[in-house]
Design a protein around this ligand. Structure first.
Ligand SMILES: Cc1ncc(COP(=O)(O)O)c(C=O)c1O
Length: 326
């Protein structure tokens, strides 16, 4: 397949059947990390940019601003470079050094706010900074991933459609929740075309999206400190919250036992599946969405020191990655 632009390489057809994960059922992992932006957020970003173009909000040479501390920032930087837009990513000190370098390498501007908001986080400061930029430059386009219906629409049109096309009958679908764009897009499409599928939302303990109390979280991807406007909890059948240590254990096990170094949210989704495995009838066809791969987590999830210091040595179990000196 020959593409004209890197941002058009949306790998939406890659599924890995994980043998032996569920003893009596089939599990298909939808791998979303194999595109130039390295995550499922390439589709969210394309959906929002193309929607803004269609509506005449984003004109050739236009300027985009968005608040992101990772995957969406990288995805928008990939698109902005290929489509000749100027992109400013408003982020904070929690962004990983790899994401920061990558976004800048793609030609985007990065603004890092440093003042904490009244909740002790940075999201409020990031949004206030964007409002200031919009006041100063009304032509600037803020995509606002937490509230933009085009985010969810992209996943109804692409992610969910691809799952039903490739897998056919789906008994259970597990989707992680960040902005809930992937989740809400999938629920919309499945309710229309496969209403019998049980849809399970997976979130991180400490996220407030589904009404739980806030608590510190260390792994990017899932979870929020303020409920996304897109989120409609009544559209999902079940919600499973996963503790970060369990997500990390799962990532490390997946790498060792299945040869798949996946990102943290994949670990959460599979840890959620393991927790509810006894509720899944034998012979089911289960799909889980894997939003990204593990290479951006080598200094966190796959680093023994980070895991031991941040989450505790028991999380390492038999999965130490540091070499033994001889
Ligand atoms: C690695 C990763 N996993 C999962 C998600 C959640 O996706 P969504 O925002 O569509 O809920 C994100 C969102 O940024 C992410 O970066």
């Amino acid at each position: 397949m020959i593409y004209q632009r890197a941002c058009d390489i949306v790998t939406d057809e890659v599924f890995l059947e994980l043998d032996g994960f569920l003893p009596d059922s089939q599990l298909f992992l939808k791998l979303e990390g194999m595109n130039p932006a390295g995550s499922v957020k390439l589709k969210s970003a394309l959906g929002m940019v193309e929607d803004a173009e269609r509506k005449g909000r984003l004109l050739p040479g236009g300027r985009i601003v968005e608040s992101s501390s990772g995957s969406l920032g990288i995805a928008l930087a990939v698109i902005a470079a290929a489509r000749r837009y100027h992109f400013t990513c408003v982020t904070d000190p929690n962004i990983s050094p790899q994401s920061l370098v990558l976004i800048r390498s793609l030609g985007a501007e990065v603004v890092q706010v440093t003042r904490r908001d009244h909740n002790g986080g940075f999201l409020g400061t990031r949004i206030a900074h964007i409002h200031g930029m919009l006041d100063a430059d009304p032509a600037l386009v803020w995509l606002n991933q937490y509230a933009n219906p085009a985010n969810a629409e992209a996943h109804a049109r692409r992610t969910a459609t691809s799952i039903l096309k490739n897998i056919g009958e789906v008994d259970v679908l597990l989707v992680g929740a960040g902005t809930t764009g992937t989740l809400m897009g999938c629920t919309r499409h499945f309710r229309a075309f496969s209403p019998r599928t049980r849809i399970i939302a997976v979130d991180t303990t400490g996220s407030v999206t589904f009404g739980g109390p806030p608590a510190p979280r260390y792994i990017p991807g899932l979870g929020t400190s303020r409920r996304p406007e897109l989120c409609r909890p009544d559209r999902v059948d079940d919600i499973v919250l996963v503790d970060e240590p369990d997500a990390v254990r799962m990532c490390r096990r997946l790498a060792r036992e299945h040869g798949l170094p996946a990102g943290g949210s994949t670990g959460s989704v599979l840890a959620a599946l393991e927790a509810i495995a006894d509720q899944i009838p034998a012979g089911s066809r289960v799909v889980a969405v894997s939003p990204d791969m593990g290479d951006r987590y080598v200094q966190t999830i796959y680093d023994d020191m980070w895991v031991a210091e941040t989450l505790g040595t028991d999380v390492l179990d038999g999965s130490r990655t540091h070499p033994v000196a001889v």
